[in-house]
Write a protein that binds this ligand. Structure first.
Ligand SMILES: C=C(O[C@@H]1C=C(C(=O)O)C=C[C@H]1O)C(=O)O
Length: 372
């Protein structure tokens, strides 16, 4: 029974979003560490900012406003302790068969759209793996292991969900959404993927197959067109390589296109441009609004920071924003891993599921566990 005092408002107040949090970011060329800075809900994009924006417009971002930003050389890539020392149980949400059914349903929608003259062309459908460990997860150790791959940018952000629970997002992303220095902007969208193999000949065949795949080129072209169309009004010059390059991490091959531009106004903040580009069809689809609605319906649970953008912007507006991929939300002894695959009319459910498994590999290797 509640006391009169509680009824009059003396009951404990609900915890509000934290006022301060932390952030680390480490790429091949630079690193940033912010130990403790205020979290901002409505950021002024002309002051130093670090953190991440969510995939959905109605989910909380995790942006911090440090007093000053120090961009340093990357810290040495350490040799992390060998894996296989974490005992974990893995639950796929949805499981493989259910995800393949969802893929088949979305692919059928795209094919039907093409037949009926509707403009739906691509949807990126994600799934989650819940990794339950026996002891609280050592986030520093995971990050050290993720940093063994020189092709990725690792990040860590303290975050609080809408429900008020403190979590950490960590990840190792290969995809540059937007990098801005002075009047120069650069983007390297990735789309079209193939699992890598530890056997050289199999790995090379996967790479050649990806380069030759019409389905992957279609998926890729949609992303490049979106980035070019979005950046064009901001730029006096804009160039993209004419054919995709092969790029990748230690676990997945990707098709990528280098896009370079010159800004009309060099004072445009990098976060403004990153927000204009987000979400690209590498993580959402074409057209954006229809794909977003199908994603929300099919996935059911909001993505939160997964498939958003993570990075930094300094007081001059220079900065780097990566697509928030190959990431996990860690809470105590549990981590939720996210991975998705781009679906077009010719997608095959089993291959798309295998693509998500390959994208989970980097984090699962860091945990030292195998997918169930
Ligand atoms: C959606 C993810 O990756 C994105 C989708 C890709 C694809 O569909 O081929 C490739 C790279 C990323 O842009 C993910 O890693 O979860």
């Amino acid at each position: 029974m509640s006391s009169v005092a509680e009824e009059r408002g003396a009951a404990p107040r609900r915890t509000r979003a934290p006022l301060r949090s932390h952030f680390t970011f480490s790429s091949r060329s630079e690193s940033i560490e912010v130990d403790d800075a205020p979290v901002v809900d409505v950021p002024d994009e002309t002051v130093p900012l670090v953190g991440a924006i969510a995939f959905e417009a109605d989910q909380p971002d995790a942006l911090l406003a440090p007093e000053a930003l120090r961009v340093a050389l990357p810290t040495a890539r350490v040799t992390a302790r060998a894996a296989a020392d974490l005992r974990a149980r893995i639950v796929a949400e949805p499981g493989s068969a259910e995800y393949e059914r969802q893929v088949a349903a979305v692919v059928a929608r795209i094919a039907e759209a093409i037949r009926s003259g509707d403009d739906l062309r691509k949807v990126v459908l994600a799934r989650r793996l819940r990794v339950e460990c026996e002891a609280p997860i050592d986030v520093d150790l995971l990050l050290a292991r993720l940093r063994r791959d020189p092709e990725v940018t690792t990040f860590r952000i303290g975050h609080r969900s809408r429900a008020g629970e403190p979590t950490e997002w960590i990840g190792a992303t290969p995809e540059t959404l937007l990098d801005k220095r002075g009047d120069r902007v650069h983007s390297l969208p990735l789309a079209g993927s193939a699992p890598r193999s530890s056997e050289w000949s199999v790995d090379q065949a996967a790479a050649q197959g990806l380069l030759a795949s019409a389905k992957d080129r279609t998926e890729h072209r949609l992303v490049v067109e979106h980035v070019l169309d979005t950046l064009a009004p901001w730029c006096s010059a804009l160039n993209a390589s004419s054919t995709p390059i092969l790029t990748g991490t230690s676990t997945v091959w990707h098709l990528g296109t280098r896009i370079d531009g010159r800004l009309r106004d060099r004072d445009t903040p990098s976060l403004t441009l990153a927000r204009a580009l987000h979400p690209t069809p590498a993580v959402c689809g074409v057209p954006t609004a229809k794909a977003r609605a199908l994603i929300a319906d099919t996935e059911g649970t909001p993505r939160g920071l997964y498939a958003g953008a993570v990075g930094w912007s300094d007081g001059t507006g220079d900065g780097c924003w990566m697509v928030t991929l190959r990431c996990a939300e860690v809470r105590g002894a549990t981590a939720i891993l996210h991975a998705g695959a781009g679906l077009v009319a010719s997608s095959v459910p089993r291959s798309e599921r295998e693509e998500t498994s390959a994208k989970f590999r980097a984090l699962l290797d860091a945990f030292g566990v195998d997918e169930a």
